[in-house]
Design a binder for this molecule. Structure first.
Ligand code: SF4
Length: 207
């Protein structure tokens, strides 16, 4: 797909969704990190339901570092994989408190050294907190990249490489956010609403 078409898709999504946003609710770098770890294989909505209690009980990395796994599990038990996630967020909090003075590191290598943080999560954090351009290939971006015609690949890393070639760098973060919103609200996995889609004329509709 040529860049002109990519930019037309971008502009149409921008008109439709406005400000490119992420839907996790957070008030600090620490809160975003924890929310991103919790959001693996569950919805942002569910994460947003448990984090207010979690963050009122453990407002920063050093307090969460001291938490008992049982107490954290109890608070987050409504979300999937809650035992593993409780372990991961406590371990990440310990590393941040011990090695980074309680502040979230701002480089990719340090971020992916935190338990529960992989490439996708690190990219979300780098783009949302540190203003870097990063492509986030989650389940929606993966599905829409194929449907729209951006990439034929199957693995997130190879899809990301394809997207890097055809998306101008300045739109990496915001286009990722638009595709996530679009996948959530219109181009859903089971029933894409092509009739109401603002990019229908530009999409290859490979469904
Ligand atoms: S036209 Fe249909 S398949 Fe293409 S992005 Fe829109 S909803 Fe998805």
């Amino acid at each position: 797909m040529d860049r002109r078409r990519v930019l037309n898709i971008y502009k149409a999504l921008e008109r439709h969704y406005g400000e490119p946003r992420i839907e996790l609710v957070y008030r600090s770098d620490f809160e975003l990190l924890i929310s991103v770890i919790l959001s693996a294989q569950t919805t942002d909505k569910k994460v947003n339901m448990v984090t207010p209690i979690l963050f009122s009980r453990f407002p920063d990395a050093c307090s969460l570092a001291e938490a008992s796994p049982a107490e954290v599990e109890e608070i987050i038990r409504e979300i999937g994989l809650f035992r593993a996630k409780a372990r991961n967020i406590i371990s990440s909090a310990k590393i941040i408190c011990r090695d980074f003075g309680g502040r979230l590191p701002s480089d990719y290598k340090s971020l992916i050294s935190l338990p529960g943080v992989g490439r996708k999560s690190a990219n979300v954090i780098l783009s949302a907190l540190f203003g870097e351009q990063a492509i986030t290939v989650d389940t929606h971006v993966k599905r829409l990249s194929y449907r729209i015609g951006f990439s034929n690949k199957k693995s997130p890393l190879t899809i990301e490489k394809d997207l890097m070639k055809i998306w101008p760098r300045r739109i990496w973060s915001s286009m990722s956010n638009y595709l996530i919103l679009h996948g959530r609200y219109l181009c859903k996995a089971r029933r894409p609403d092509c009739g109401a889609c603002p990019i229908a004329r530009l999409c290859e509709k490979r469904i």
